[in-house]
Ligand binder design. Structure first.
Ligand code: GAP
Length: 471
């Protein structure tokens, strides 16, 4: 059973084995910003490639784009982010702690303390509505950090978008935002893609890229950070088909996490209540994973209606409607969005795959990563370094590199070398021994079943390629 302890162990493994480092660590680090080391970047790229294959290559009607992080400032007015992408914050004047107003309300709701602090009705789960926040008598509330009463401020709005300036002068006319979601890069390119392809509704545009949010409560390692990557696909459909496509994509995306090897009992769907729905959505589901710190969203699937295209039409003055060639009717397509976090998926794979057991009396840590995303596909070892065994192993490793990343190691006990590979999720271990010199066979060991087979060296590249093939 995963516990906070598992989280600590995963964080420690990430640092120790070169998956994730704190950003600018030699300067004391930068809060909630992380760097990916050699194994981390390999795992991240493999997950991104897996998603790209699943969401573009396997569909004749989904194409990709790569839009810029910096976009025209009007984009964020049209999208609603300038006015609406805000978190109401509450400060404690005594201890200087800062809270999201929603988090405090949630805590008080759980402890049934909210009633005493409220004027009028507050809907259950309705804490997203600013009108609701006004009903709380903040000045009479107790700060959960220092325990003093009467020091909390009323909520103040704080925009989560990060700003910078284009050009040499830092003036308001030069303000641009680092995109808080990749989706808008797709909407503003919708017409370009439509005009330069032969796509017809329904069709999708996919993108993987960085997004930035000045999160108030980042944390839980790489779960919520201020710089992160999203993998989003926007599916353009006829309005009357949006509900059907939302269901289809919801189920497909749920299955995707199962294909990535995530345990079924750790995944669930959550349909948004009317109070939880974003301003652009008619219906939405979150795919949630049970992390050691509780059930949390890893992906959102939304029926965004025609909100985005209509708003961009209105703000840009460009007609973004779609004409049905046969019936000649014009309408604005609805969008069904699948929005997944790359870093969050990576954390999910690490937490879900983390496993400890004992082998031959020695403790073993295993990352049960799906072979397709494992950073190293095979460890290739020689039983001993001498008698030409290391040279045979090196040659075999070179042959296997054409299939996937392999790692060689010729010293130390073989059990220890296997365990070092298990800890980073390497699915297979290959050992060259004295028998190899006689019959060209090697031992192939499976990380999960621990089964060991003798395989002819010449057959190994094709065998690993078959095992790695994703269906
Ligand atoms: N375009 C829709 C959108 O951005 P979202 O629910 O805000 O929706 C989608 O984000 C996904 O992006 C989340 O499910 C999560 O996986 C990831 N994500 C969002 N904020 C994040 C953050 N601060 N750190 C890491 N991942 C984040």
């Amino acid at each position: 059973m995963a516990s906070q302890n598992t989280m600590d162990k995963v964080v420690s493994l990430c640092k120790r084995r070169g998956f994730v480092y704190q950003s600018s660590e030699i300067y004391g680090g930068l809060a909630s910003i992380w760097d990916y080391g050699p194994l981390g970047v390999a795992l991240k790229n493999n997950i991104a490639n897996y998603w790209w294959r699943e969401m573009t290559q396997l569909h004749e009607n989904i194409v990709g784009i790569d839009a810029s992080i910096l976009m025209h400032p009007q984009v964020w007015k049209a999208s609603g982010h300038v006015d609406g992408f805000v978190d109401p914050l509450v400060d404690c004047k005594n201890c200087k702690a800062r809270f999201k107003a929603q988090d405090l309300i949630r805590q008080w709701q759980t402890k049934r303390k909210l009633g005493a602090l409220m004027e009028g009705e507050i809907r259950e789960g309705g804490e997203g509505d600013l009108q609701e926040l006004v009903k709380v008598r903040w000045a009479e509330a107790t700060c959960p950090t220092c325990g003093t009463t009467g020091n909390l401020t009323s909520p103040r709005l704080f925009n989560l978008m990060l700003k910078t300036f284009l050009g040499p002068v830092e003036e308001s006319a030069a303000v641009v935002y680092l995109r808080p979601e990749t989706a808008q890069g797709i909407y503003v390119n919708y017409l370009n893609v439509l005009n330069t392809s032969r796509l017809k509704l329904p069709f999708g545009i996919a993108q993987i890229g960085k997004a930035f949010r000045n999160e108030i409560t980042p944390g839980n390692f790489i779960f919520r950070t201020r710089e992160f990557e999203q993998m989003e696909m926007q599916f353009f459909v006829r309005p009357e088909e949006a509900t059907e496509w939302l269901t289809k994509w919801r189920d497909k995306r749920f299955d995707y996490y199962r294909k990535l090897g995530i345990r079924a009992e750790k995944l669930r769907l959550h349909q948004h209540t009317p109070q939880e729905l974003a301003h652009y959505a008619a219906d939405a589901y979150d795919i949630e994973y049970e992390f050691p710190f509780g059930w949390q969203e890893i992906e959102g699937i939304h029926n965004r209606t025609d909100f985005d295209l209509k708003r961009h039409s209105e703000f840009s003055g460009k007609d973004l409607s779609y004409m049905n060639e046969e019936t000649k009717d014009r309408f604005t397509p609805y969008i069904v969005e699948t929005s997944s976090g790359l870093n969050r998926t990576l954390l999910t794979c690490l937490v879900d795959g983390y496993y400890e057991d004992t082998q031959d009396g020695e403790p073993r840590t295993v990352l049960r990563l799906a072979p397709a995303i494992a950073p190293v596909k095979a460890g290739v070892f020689s039983l001993v370094k001498k008698d030409g065994l290391a040279e045979i192993a090196d040659q075999l490793a070179n042959d296997l590199r054409k299939v996937g990343t392999v790692f060689t190691d010729h010293s130390g006990s073989i059990g220890r070398r296997y365990r070092r590979m298990d800890e980073i999720g390497t699915p297979w271990g290959v050992t060259v021994d004295y028998q190899t010199k006689e019959d060209q066979t090697v031992t192939l060991r499976d990380r999960d079943s621990l089964e060991q087979l003798r395989v002819h060296m010449a057959e190994l590249p094709a065998l690993l390629a078959t095992k790695l093939a994703v269906n």
